[in-house]
Design a protein around this ligand. Sequence first.
Ligand SMILES: Nc1nc2c(ncn2[C@@H]2O[C@H](COP(=O)(O)OP(=O)(O)OP(=O)(O)O)[C@@H](O)[C@H]2O)c(=O)[nH]1
Ligand SMILES: [Mg+2]
Length: 265
Amino acid sequence: MKKNIGIWGPKGAGKTTYLSVLYHDCLANGWKMKAADEESDEFRLRNYRLLFEEGVFPIATMQQDVGVYTYDISREGALGVVQSYRLVLADASGEWFENPVQMRNLFPEITVNPYDRLTKCEGLLLLLDPEEVRGQQASHYVTISRALGSLERSASNNSINKPILPAMAVCFTKMDREKYQYTIDLDGEKMNELARRVLGAHIYQDILNACAPGRVKFFGCSSIGLQENGARRSANATEASGVQRIDPDKIIPINIFKPIEWLLQ
Ligand SMILES: Nc1nc2c(ncn2[C@@H]2O[C@H](COP(=O)(O)OP(=O)(O)OP(=O)(O)O)[C@@H](O)[C@H]2O)c(=O)[nH]1
Ligand SMILES: [Mg+2]
């Protein structure tokens, strides 16, 4: 079963890093995963080396680089029934979501741009750095509202009677940072409370309004894991070279595959 998963998130939210460790976390959750083409495998391997060998984050995605990555995942569920999906994920620079008009004008040749991809996605991953959202709620409001509007329009175009919106997983990234570490695994009402606090009442309510009941869920995640003492260093301080270092041996991604697993349900 083919599933287009849309990824949405402002610049630097952690999209590329998230995708880079997806393979790792998918396996850790008892699934098998295989890249469906060479480009998808190369993306995975290139970033794997950066993170797990050199201990550095992938570089910021360039404006013109819109990558579409396809992975086949499967696992044996209850009663030996095999579940299998083809995940199609697109990764783009956050500028596509912050300034879509400007990006479209700059790169008219990118016909299926990440923005338009939303109109045919079955699930949406909204990645947000909670620290950034808190600092700039108004600009995030705009970026998030665009995603919601685009989803709602595509739903009402596709079916006349009952618009069916894709499910949406809102993931707060980089929750390994000291301030957030203790909230990474919150669930249910506690997670909703955190989301309301981070997003502000307006954005929070807009998200709930745009999604059918039970079709939106908030997650806390970290691509690099808690890193123990290293987390503080990697999150806040930059080395003299300007490159943040991660301890490759301590990369244990948290809640990376879980939101996708939830979207697939
Ligand atoms: N502490 C911590 N920092 C992270 C994590 N993931 C990403 N970062 C930091 O956030 C920066 C941006 O991450 P990216 O994955 O490049 O973000 P992006 O959303 O792809 O950014 P653009 O492609 O520029 O839009 C990284 O260079 C890291 O400094 C994480 O799990 N924990
Ligand atoms: Mg990126």
